[in-house]
Design a protein around this ligand. Structure first.
Ligand code: NDP
Length: 332
């Protein structure tokens, strides 16, 4: 069986040469372990940060070792009393066709709740990120205006929909006309603006006649500068990600436009999902309920084939995905 190793620390945009598919024999199954066949892999922007050898909230990937991430898998063989053959599970596992895992490191997925892939998206890490980052930091109030960048992605598309559920006016920012159409016509955003157009700043200003009360930031950089210019008094900025700088080398820039924050008494707060670990069950139950009630919709972009995993990962930085980007590795 094959697994994907990081063999170079990418400089700038990652490329195929940074990854290698290597044959690896699995260890034999011990007591309390399960043998898992990978069905789907999640590729996520935060993984780019783990490819750098820097101190962060999560350890860097090691060179010449398998990359790890969110995996949805089927139990093929079990020496655990908690799992049987055929069970669908999720865990943080190697980017590999098969994994051997301890029973305590995997969680069972109930296929009757929703399609199993939602475990890696709207009912998993990205849905929870949207839920806590918006509601705890953003505190959106009915009638307010919420802006979300990276709006057509896995996190952003859920942020905008939760903001609608909370009775706000929602403006999304994304990078293609297809995505703008999706936000307006599928997800019911009030306005959506393409940041790749020359007219972006004027278009954004037009979409924000009442300014910005909450900004959920997935991208940082120039897009965020344009939003910050429109902040209202007492605005809240939830700093979730800054994908526009993940592939840039050299020194990071410090916060910009401080004066705008001072003038408007606005608050900017960063977070990582782990901050809310204790509250995951509450968030997951609420997301599943909204999904079942039809109040939340989701989209997935699925790349077929384990061998295409690196390409799927690169796609995140090219914007080829709408909703959650997944890789389908095998049929259940
Ligand atoms: P997405 O599904 O949103 O995929 C990434 C998207 O980012 C692309 O589709 C692309 O859309 C956009 N993008 C890529 N490059 C740029 C750029 N230079 N400028 C502006 N937009 C760009 O990914 P996720 O939903 O998984 O993650 C969204 C953000 O949330 C990321 O920044 C991620 O790191 C962060 N995150 C943070 C967590 C936390 O705990 N704080 C947890 C999970 C995610 P487009 O076509 O619109 O450019």
């Amino acid at each position: 069986q094959k697994e994907i190793h990081l063999v170079n620390r990418p400089e700038g945009m990652p490329s195929k040469e940074d990854f290698e598919f290597r044959e690896k024999e699995l260890s034999s199954l011990q007591e309390n372990e399960v043998l898992l066949k990978t069905l789907y892999l999640s590729v996520d922007p935060y993984m780019r940060g783990r490819m750098k050898d820097v101190k962060s909230y999560i350890a860097p990937f090691q060179l010449n070792e398998a990359i790890t991430g969110g995996v949805l898998a089927e139990v093929i063989e079990s020496r655990s009393a908690s799992f049987k053959q055929g069970d669908i599970v999720t865990a943080n596992l190697n980017w590999a066709e098969y994994n051997v895992a301890n029973e305590h490191s995997v969680r069972k997925v109930d296929p009757s709740v929703a399609p199993i892939t939602t475990t890696l998206g709207i009912l998993g890490l990205t849905g929870l990120t949207a839920y806590f980052g918006l509601l705890d930091i953003g505190q959106p109030q009915p009638g307010e205006t919420v802006v979300v960048s990276g709006a057509a992605g896995a996190v952003g598309s859920v942020v905008g929909q939760i903001a609608k559920i909370k009775g706000t006016k929602v403006v999304g920012i994304a990078g293609s006309d297809e995505k703008i159409d999706y936000l307006l016509n599928e997800l019911g955003f009030d306005a959506a603006v393409n940041y790749k157009k020359d007219s972006f700043k004027e278009d954004l200003e037009k979409a924000l006649p009442n300014g910005v009360d909450v900004y959920f930031d997935n991208v940082g950089g120039d897009v965020s500068d344009a939003v910050i210019e429109q902040l209202n008094n007492q605005a809240r900025i939830s700093l979730c990600g800054s994908i526009s700088s993940y592939n840039t080398e050299g020194e990071d820039i410090g916060p910009r436009m401080q004066w705008k924050f001072i003038k408007t008494s606005s608050m900017m707060k960063g977070f990582t999902l782990g901050d809310y670990a204790q509250d995951f069950p509450t968030g997951a139950v609420q997301l599943a309920k909204w999904l079942a009630e039809g109040k939340l919709k989701y989209e997935e972009t699925i790349v077929d084939g384990f061998e295409n995993t690196p390409e799927a990962f690169f796609g995140l930085f090219k914007g080829t995905n709408i909703g959650k980007q997944l890789v389908k590795v095998a049929e259940p």
